[in-house]
Write a protein of this length. Sequence first.
Length: 379
Amino acid sequence: MSKVQKKDFEDLLKKSINEKYKERGIRAKTAGDHSERLTPTKFVSTGDDILDLIISNTKHGGVPFGRYLNIYSDSGLGKSLLMQKIMANTQKMGGTAIYFDTEGGLYTKFMKVLGIDINRLIYYDEMNAIEDIFENVIDTVLLNIETDNQEPIVIGVDSMTAVTTRDGAKLDETDQKGYGEGARKQLLLGELFKKSLLKIKQPNVIFITTDQIRDKIGATQWERQWRDTAGWAQTFYSDIRLELTPRGAIKNKQKEVIGNKVNIKLVKSRISPHPRSYEAFIYGTRGLDKYKSLIEKAKDLNVLKKGRDKIKFKIDGEEYRREDGNLPTEMDFKRLLKEDPSVYDMVYDQIAEKMIIEYEMDDTLIDDDENIIEDINDE
């Protein structure tokens, strides 16, 4: 064969591979052919602009389409709430939301508060076998491809903790299941992710799972003190993982608990530079308080300054004050953010400018004086 140039060789290589695997539907492509999936440009909001910035490292971003999101925590911290808020915002974009409720725990009144159109929500509450769930998801994705559907789709499994296998579902007594069922589920979940996930991650599809954690019995002080209930497949195959941990209770004047302060940490991401976290404020009657999140992050970044119980912020170079001449309280400023979108955008833009991390070339000099390197103590 005659000598070829680099570009000719690359074209020849793709042609050869495509011909060989044509019947199996495998094609050699460049990363540029996959640019939409590899570098997402289409997102759906979580309902909290700070969380959207942390996940996507992009202004007005959020959870990217074509990716798999896993949310895990102890019980009762807001995993289902986050999933449902993403579903509500997908519906508002004209898309379809599909919900596998393996715990039988949905409450439609609160779902309406979060913005879900329950008459459009495709809902499964009698499908707990993991094989059936993945088979249904694949059927949905294939129909999406066959019909050339362009509208967004979000598919959620809430939760992986409660799923079983087809064989496990047939066992009625606890002593029949034993620990073998858990091992079967973990092995099967790994196989299903391996065979199915690339098919599921279409440019207009988001796949979400939730998972509860359990205390790890017998763990030493040097080990992680908890374990995933559905094994490590979600850890390995997920593109984005969010960990929720409690930071405090929110109480009313009567000292009644009405919500939780929750740390939401991005522990894994294939679309943003490194893990980050923030404090979210989640209420049992209305969900996320995005205005409180924005104010707290703005104070952390010195976009807003707080003196005693007052907020200091300049608009067009002048310090904003109430009609009576006094500085606004935090509640005054939250009301201003809600009623005047231009002020909200002004605060948000300054936060985004400070939070978005720019990538650097690998030969960029790193100033060691600005960083602290902590060694892991193996003793």
